[in-house]
Structure formats: structure tokens, C-alpha cells
Design a protein around this ligand. Sequence first.
Ligand SMILES: CC(C)(COP(=O)(O)OP(=O)(O)OC[C@H]1O[C@@H](n2cnc3c(N)ncnc32)[C@H](O)[C@@H]1OP(=O)(O)O)[C@@H](O)C(=O)NCCC(=O)NCCS
Length: 154
Amino acid sequence: MPDLLVPLYSLSSLPVLEGFWVGRPLPHQSEKVLDFIGETFGSSWKAEASSAFGSVPPRIKVAVDETGRLLGFCCWDCTSLGFLGPIGVTEAARGRGIGKALVLSVLYSMREAGYAYAVIGGAGPVDFFRSICDARVIEGSDPGIYGNPIQGRT
Ligand SMILES: CC(C)(COP(=O)(O)OP(=O)(O)OC[C@H]1O[C@@H](n2cnc3c(N)ncnc32)[C@H](O)[C@@H]1OP(=O)(O)O)[C@@H](O)C(=O)NCCC(=O)NCCS
């Protein structure tokens, strides 16, 4: 799966959120958020997301419903500096614009932090990212940083 390049100088507007909220968790909420990621998306993404809580404020946004239940998450600067991801939305909550809201919210935070471009590492649903933020495939980027020798041996 290739990496994607996202220009941050031409982002579309943040969508109006309906039935959910997107924001940054606080450091003391890390255990709840990381357990959610591990249980829903697996230990590898939990490990990547754990580094998001290594800074203040954390480099992660979450989506929750009106009751505070976690619906999805999106990290940045975790896998590599300048990378967006991992990102995931629970299966039951997909198709409601939550993934789009998470991606755009994180991209605006990256732009605010001074980045001109973001990289989406090893992107699965390329068309999803292309439609949201004009993401372009980086030629020759598969396996990219994921091709290091430790890959597949842990
Ligand atoms: C990819 C994912 C985050 C999308 O979340 P979502 O909340 O369902 O996405 P949204 O509802 O915000 O969709 C936004 C747009 O992208 C489109 N879209 C959603 N998933 C798509 C996919 N897999 N491929 C292509 N387009 C997709 C939607 O149709 C929608 O288009 P529209 O605005 O024209 O209606 C979610 O399916 C997911 O968590 N998948 C598993 C984890 C994963 O693959 N993460 C990415 C790793 S790189």
C-alpha cells in the first residue's frame, strides 16, 4: 500500500458535525482511548497511538457520541514525523462523516503546527483520502518505511 501526500494549504472547510463531537482527549484519558483502539483495531495500532500521548497536548483526535462513547480516532506524528494515522471508525459508526471529520480536524492541527504537507502512510482506502483532502499517491512509496527489517518478525 502506497503513502499519500496531502497539501495542507488548500484544505476544504470542516464539515458540520451531526450526532457526534470531534476533539482532543486529555492525557488522563489515555488508558480508555488506547484500550478502545486495541480492542477495536488491534495491538499494532494501539502501539502506534500510544506515542500520541507522549506529548502535551496529545497528537490524537477522537470522535464520541452524545453519551461520550468512543466512535473513532485519528493520530499524527506517531508512525513518523509528518504522518497522519492511524485512523479508524467503528464499523457501526461508518458512513456518517466521522472519518472525514477526523481527518480534516487532524490536517488543520498539522497545518497549525507548521507543516505544509502531510503524509498518509501505507494508505488502504486511497479513494477515501483522495475525496477528502486531495491526497496524491507518492510513487515508489510501497513498502516505504514499513519495509524495515523488523517488519514481520515481531
Ligand atoms: C476508512 C474509514 C476511516 C472511513 O470512515 P467513515 O466514517 O465511514 O468515513 P466517512 O463517512 O467520513 O466517509 C467520507 C467519504 O468517504 C467515502 N468513503 C468512506 N470509506 C471509503 C472507502 N473505504 N473507500 C472509498 N471511499 C470511502 C464515503 O462514501 C464518503 O463520501 P461522500 O462524502 O461522497 O459521501 C473507516 O471505513 C475505517 O475505519 N476503516 C477501517 C480502518 C482503515 O482502513 N483506516 C485507514 C487506514 S490507512
